[in-house]
Design a protein around this ligand. Structure first.
Ligand code: M6R
Length: 608
């Protein structure tokens, strides 16, 4: 069984259980199949864990007297094997003196399990993690030094892990990382560990991002970081510029709703200091004028929504005369396209932790191909491992459905495209002539207009019971069609597909009936051709919803219009996508779906 989860720990707090639960609630985007905590006090280690969301754990904890000022917590997303109380973390050894939470995969758990069972250990779950407390308990029996026993345990593990461990009678949390994220939070007289900053953002903004092979011992009054050999390592402390409100829903019913409404701010941040409409210039702090000298072709790798942003970005680059292609990261790994010295592989990934995308980037790096991460998370694995990183500056995104980060990714790729085109094609000015820079600055206001006037609640009421939904578009709107369909499937569980508009007549048209609304996404480019495709579906009695400027010829032939303000055609897809995000949101709300935690999904997919 492999898991992809959120772990947290705190030392030195008075309300340890409450603080752990706060952390777990803020980490639920990483998984919500089961949750648990272990608390350590003078009487020993107490574990409480439950199948289901953190709310089930809260209920269970409210009826126990569990206390202690040292604790660890876990929220889990399982990839195979059922979520259950037994498989929930923390896991303990035979005597319950050691409790462990883990994010990652212990690949040699089968061998270790056989070895431990042969020596009389009783393992009670199906998880890979459970071997860790049993091994540690054995090594503790052989030595007086907990850290030595912990290191010895770590040396037996193959695979990836972020681990946090409590041991009976110890005043510390022991932690280590190899291939899974782990952050140390530094408070006044207290310290925290977590897979991600939002878990402890309420308590501190001072952090240290641990690196692979780091082993940490964390107490209320300090911490030590060493490597696997026990040598001290120096990791610098940084202050995150997120605020506790970033991890709260505030006035919104769902994080997705909040994050859709944060898009104007996110877009302003994405272009701040990068786009100067007066000078007709784009500059990125991360890169100089010659940074891309020698680049001849760009291969994007990404998954899910980020893949759709990459597809959109590849189109923008192609328009600027750059050879650019977008690849699903999971396919890139099994079928890598040929690369030359002039190839740049760009990983587009909100989290910077998606295993498929990291695997594609590593594959490129292993062939000596230059890599660039376009990501939201400064400390992410992608940002650290790639030759260069470019940040989309969207702020934390908690809802499992990616929303604001799509918009920020596309805008950032538009800026990158302009820079690349100046460097590769030696051509300056196309974007300037097209007023792209001015439009980029006006984009947040255009999104605000949509948020204030959207007709999506009514359109959602009209079409929520449909047999299927189709989304069609050409050029950049093809990427938006795919994204519109993904968003609807993901949070409403309704069937939806996106197509390049011209392809409909080559097969999918057979599915079109009066019970299948077709969303036609018009960007101002190719609108006449799109209108012809719309006529084809109208002739089959399908209701048509134009996602278009009211001036577009597509709007003239539609049953409903989700209006987008006039903008540069390169950016119209971003506005159309905001309307589609809102449509999906309202359908899902009408169908009473768990919008922020859709079934079977988690935000960061850290397994291949
Ligand atoms: O963190 P990443 O951008 O690499 O994540 C990629 C996908 O897993 C992600 O976009 C996923 O498709 C979202 N749930 C879509 O809303």
């Amino acid at each position: 069984m492999v898991t992809m989860c959120g772990i947290t720990a705190c030392v030195g707090r008075e309300q340890t259980a409450d603080d752990l639960l706060t952390g777990l609630q803020n980490l639920e985007y990483r998984g919500y199949d089961s949750a648990g905590v272990a608390l350590q006090n003078g009487d020993g280690v107490t574990v409480c864990k439950r199948e289901g969301e953190v709310s089930s754990l809260c209920e269970a904890l409210s009826t126990t007297q569990a206390g202690g000022d040292i604790g660890i917590g876990h929220t889990r997303w399982s990839t195979h094997g059922p979520p259950s109380d037994a498989n929930a973390h923390p896991h303990t050894d035979c005597t319950g003196q050691v409790a462990v939470v883990h994010n990652g995969i212990i690949e040699n758990h089968g061998d270790l399990r056989s070895e431990l069972t042969a020596r009389g250990h009783k393992l009670t779950s199906e998880t890979d993690t459970e071997v860790v407390p049993h091994l540690l308990a054995e090594y503790l029996a052989e030595t007086d030094s907990t850290i030595a026993a912990f290191r010895k345990t770590l040396r037996r593990l193959d695979g990836s892990y972020a681990l946090a461990v409590v041991v009976e009678g110890e005043d510390a949390v022991y932690a280590a990382r190899a291939g899974s994220p782990l952050v140390l939070g530094i408070g006044e007289d207290s310290h925290f560990l977590s897979s991600d900053v939002p878990a402890f953002l309420e308590f501190t903004d001072r952090v240290i991002y641990l690196e692979d092979s780091d082993v940490a011992v964390v107490r209320d009054d300090g911490y030590e970081i060493t490597d696997l050999a026990g040598d001290s390592v120096d990791r610098s402390e940084t202050t995150v510029d997120w605020v506790p409100e970033d991890a709260r829903k505030g006035e919104h019913d769902h994080f997705m709703h909040k994050e859709i409404h944060e898009q104007p701010t996110a877009l302003r941040q994405a272009v701040r200091g990068r786009v100067d409409p007066d000078a007709g210039d784009v500059s990125l702090d991360e890169f100089g004028v010659d940074s891309f000298a020698g680049v001849e072709d760009v291969q994007f790798v990404a998954c899910g929504t980020s893949y759709h942003a990459a597809l959109y970005g590849a189109q923008l680059l192609t328009d600027r005369g750059i050879r650019a292609t977008a690849h699903l990261a999971s396919e890139f790994v099994v079928n890598p396209p040929p690369a030359t010295e002039g190839t740049l592989v760009v990983g587009v990934t909100q989290s910077g932790e998606t295993a498929d995308t990291l695997a594609a980037l590593r594959d490129a790096a292993s062939r000596d191909v230059r890599t660039l991460a376009v990501t939201n998370v400064v400390s992410s694995t992608a940002a650290r491992e790639c030759d260069d990183a470019l940040f989309i500056r969207a702020g934390p995104e908690i809802g499992v459905a990616a929303t604001k980060t799509f918009s920020s990714q596309v805008v950032t790729l538009a800026c990158l495209g302009t820079l690349l085109s100046e460097s590769i094609t030696d051509r300056k000015g196309r974007a300037e002539e097209d007023n792209l820079y001015t439009a980029l600055h006006a984009l947040p206001d255009a999104v605000d207009t949509i948020l204030g006037q959207t007709a999506t609640p009514n359109v959602a009421r009209r079409f929520r019971e449909s047999e299927s939904h189709f989304f069609i578009g050409r050029h950049t709107a093809h990427a938006v069609a795919l994204e519109g369909a993904l968003k609807l499937k993901e949070i409403s569980y309704e069937h939806a597909e996106g197509f390049p508009a011209g392809e409909l007549k080559h097969g999918p048209l057979a599915l079109v009936t009066e019970r299948t609304p077709v969303f036609a996404i018009a960007t101002g480019r190719n609108d006449e051709k799109l209108r012809s495709n719309v006529e084809e579906v109208r002739a089959r009695s399908a209701p048509v919803i134009a996602v278009a400027s009211p001036e577009s010829p597509v709007a003239d032939v539609a049953d409903e219009v989700l209006a987008i303000p006039e903008t540069h055609p390169d950016l119209a897809g971003i506005l159309a996508n905001v309307q589609l995000q809102l449509y999906s949101y309202h359908v899902a709300a009408l169908l009473d779906r768990p919008i922020d935690k859709p079934r079977n999904l988690a935000k960061s997919v850290t397994v291949e």
